[in-house]
Design a protein around this ligand. Structure first.
Ligand SMILES: [Zn+2]
Length: 258
């Protein structure tokens, strides 16, 4: 499997020997500025692991455009560095940075993706209207592609975004949440997305799929998500593995390790 989004360097995961031993191929996602060196180091040390640089909306109140740009420029030579993000908007809780702060950090990272010719990994939770608004307003800066990770919106919302971003390569990644009964509407969302635009992810250590729901999510648990995706899309798990890996290579522009 090629896991398009995980956080193995999270302290909850990195200490577990079976996680490192069982790590499959995929992308270690940078989500807070302080941890970026560890994220890049992890990708450098593991042959089939790639990395991104981003600041999650949770940290938007301390986002420094200068510091972030400096880090990206310093690391542009790194061949494992495949995308900007995760970045975006999260209105799920009241104690998160203000919407203004989140939008400012998001828009700057969109600018960075364009400026340094990288695809963009977007996090969006309970913030559909503003996410769509910001992406559509900045569509000229998305020519290297955009991925809505942990896609949690409806089929109509996915179709709306694809239509408004026609001409842009828009991808959607699905994780353990597609196995949750309360999220079964996501099965329609998956069916509404072209097969060459669907990625799979764990988002480990978050969002463990049923039957591991509530545990710390591990790379190995991606099989449960693949089984659900296969059933919904009328494919075999092996076909899902090939399809989602090829889509991830396309989005992240990964040429090696095929
Ligand atoms: Zn993440």
């Amino acid at each position: 499997m090629f896991d398009s989004h995980f956080h193995t360097t999270d302290p909850r995961l990195i200490s577990l020997p079976e996680v490192v031993a069982g790590s499959n191929h995929g992308v270690e996602i940078g989500a807070d500025f302080e941890s970026l060196p560890a994220v890049f180091e992890y990708a450098r040390e593991h042959e089939h692991i790639y990395c991104t640089a981003g600041v999650h909306p949770e940290y938007a109140d301390t986002y420094s455009a200068n510091d972030f740009e400096h880090y990206v420029v310093e690391n542009l030579h790194e061949p494992k560095f495949v995308a900007i993000g995760e970045c975006g908007l999260d209105y799920h809780r009241d104690d998160l940075p203000s919407r203004e702060q989140q939008i400012r950090a998001f828009e700057h990272q969109i600018y960075m993706a364009d400026r340094y010719k990288k695809p963009l990994v977007v996090h969006s939770r309970d913030a559909w209207d503003d996410t769509a608004k910001v992406l559509i307003a900045n569509r000229s800066k998305l020519k290297h592609g955009v991925l809505i990770h942990c896609m949690s919106y409806t089929a109509e919302q996915a179709q709306y975004l694809m239509a408004r971003l026609a001409g842009i390569d828009v991808y959607f990644a699905f994780g353990g949440h597609i196995t949750y009964p309360s999220k079964s509407y996501l099965h329609d969302t998956m069916r509404a997305i072209p097969l060459n635009r669907i990625l799979i992810e764990t988002d480990a250590p978050y969002l463990a799929p049923v039957p591991k729901r509530g545990e710390i999510n591990k790379p190995q648990y991606i099989q449960y998500t693949a089984e659900t995706m296969a059933r919904v899309l009328g494919k075999t798990p092996a076909e899902i593995e090939t399809l989602t890996a090829n889509n991830a290579y396309q989005f992240y522009k990964i040429k090696a390790a095929r």
